[in-house]
Ligand binder design. Structure first.
Ligand SMILES: Cc1ncc(COP(=O)(O)O)c(C=O)c1O
Length: 371
């Protein structure tokens, strides 16, 4: 026994004391079929791996340099089939350590204690803690049942109360709820005092992005979040983007550290942005796999819900927790939605390749048919 007496550790801000830690992905996921976090199940383009292999010791020793990355994103977006509605400059683009860091920074920059963050429910789990740490109130409007339809009328009505931020996840994780681009723009135009943030992490699977139609001079209160984490397969390197009016991007940048995005992520992002055909081919494969798994589910009368995104919800006959555990034992990870409003008892299944979904389906059928 030392002679020291026990003392309480200092307390954090009251908002932080009240927060529950955000539950991060499980450990030990390597080597398993990972259908639990909507990642790219094959990994990034070989050009990304090559670029990382060629990473020099100089690049390790010096602080990151961001030259060219914003331009590469703009060129990539301009050359997509839908293109961009108006020319973007580097001042329209913010770089972040993943979209998670962008969400954190936006809410940090714009949300004061007592302000309201408006969103839908259920939705991506990181918006609420970011609002909570600012002392913001959260107004989460449920999706309309059946079908988890976007609650447009209720969101319009709530916007009349001038919330500080409207967070739209489009398509929504985990319900896949889609909102056409013109409706997103309509909401932003109707609420000029609200910062409308549209999280387009999974837009590659729907094509509902506002970027081909938005002019940020006309809609300065709209901010778009994009990532290379999922479709391009860079989740482990952490790189995300915010696109919007230069003044908004500037304010969000003020609460971001100068070197929060590391050099390896910059190198990988440049290589990924320069190999769009790889990502496009992966998205096409996921869409084929989605059709395949949906046809299995429909033919076998498995209760499910599928809309936008590289994921779907299904309701096992047995307890979802038991099925999750048994799938894990069979080497397949899925995510239980236990405790989430509207979708308690379901599993969220990320969609990988057709081969991976066949493997999932075989294991799932065997497990869920046990009595
Ligand atoms: C809707 C949504 N937004 C943001 C993120 C975080 O993305 P990133 O890996 O770029 O931080 C996720 C990850 O699951 C997500 O589903």
């Amino acid at each position: 026994m030392s002679g020291h007496s026990q003392r309480d550790a200092p307390r954090a801000r009251p908002e932080v004391e009240q927060l529950k830690g955000y539950s991060a992905p499980l450990e030990g996921r390597r080597g398993l079929l990972r259908l639990d976090f909507n990642e790219n199940t094959l990994g990034p383009s070989p050009k990304v791996t090559e670029a990382i292999r060629a990473f020099s010791t100089d690049q390790i020793a010096i602080y990151p340099e961001y030259d060219g990355l914003r331009e590469a994103l703009i060129t990539n977006l301009e050359s997509s089939p839908a293109g961009l509605a108006s020319a973007l400059t580097t001042a329209h683009v913010g770089l972040f350590n993943g979209v998670d860091a962008a969400i954190h920074a936006v809410i940090h920059a714009y949300g004061a204690a007592g302000d309201t963050l408006l969103t839908t429910s259920p939705t991506f789990g990181y918006y609420a803690p970011c609002a909570g740490m600012q002392g913001m109130a959260i107004e989460a409007v449920p999706h309309e049942l059946p079908g988890f339809v976007f609650p447009l009328a209720a969101i319009r009505a709530a916007l009349l109360r001038k919330p500080r931020i409207l967070m739209l996840c489009n398509p929504n994780n985990p319900t896949g709820t889609r909102l056409p681009a013109d409706q997103v723009l309509g909401l932003a135009a109707a609420a000029p005092e609200t910062l409308v943030v549209v999280d387009e992490l999974y837009e590659a699977f729907t094509g509902d992005s506002v970027l081909p139609s938005v002019d940020f001079c006309a809609v300065p209160n709209l901010l778009v979040l994009r990532s290379l984490a999922k479709t391009a397969g860079l989740a482990g390197l952490r790189i995300g983007f915010a696109l919007g009016h230069p003044d908004v991007v500037d304010r969000v940048g003020r609460v971001t550290g100068p070197y929060d995005v590391n050099s390896l992520a910059v190198t990988a992002a440049m290589a990924a942005l320069n190999d769009q055909p790889y990502t496009d081919a992966y998205v096409d494969e996921v869409i084929r796999a989605r059709n395949l798994i949906v046809s299995h589910l429909t033919r076998n009368s498995v209760v499910h819900h599928v809309a936008g995104g590289n994921y779907l919800l299904l309701w096992p006959r047995r307890s979802s927790e038991a099925v999750e555990v048994e799938l894990r034992a069979a080497g397949i990870l899925v995510r239980s939605m236990a405790g989430k409003p509207q979708i308690d008892g379901s599993l969220r299944i990320s969609i990988g390749t057709t081969e991976q979904m066949q493997r999932f389906w075989q294991a799932y059928q065997a497990i869920d048919s046990k009595s």
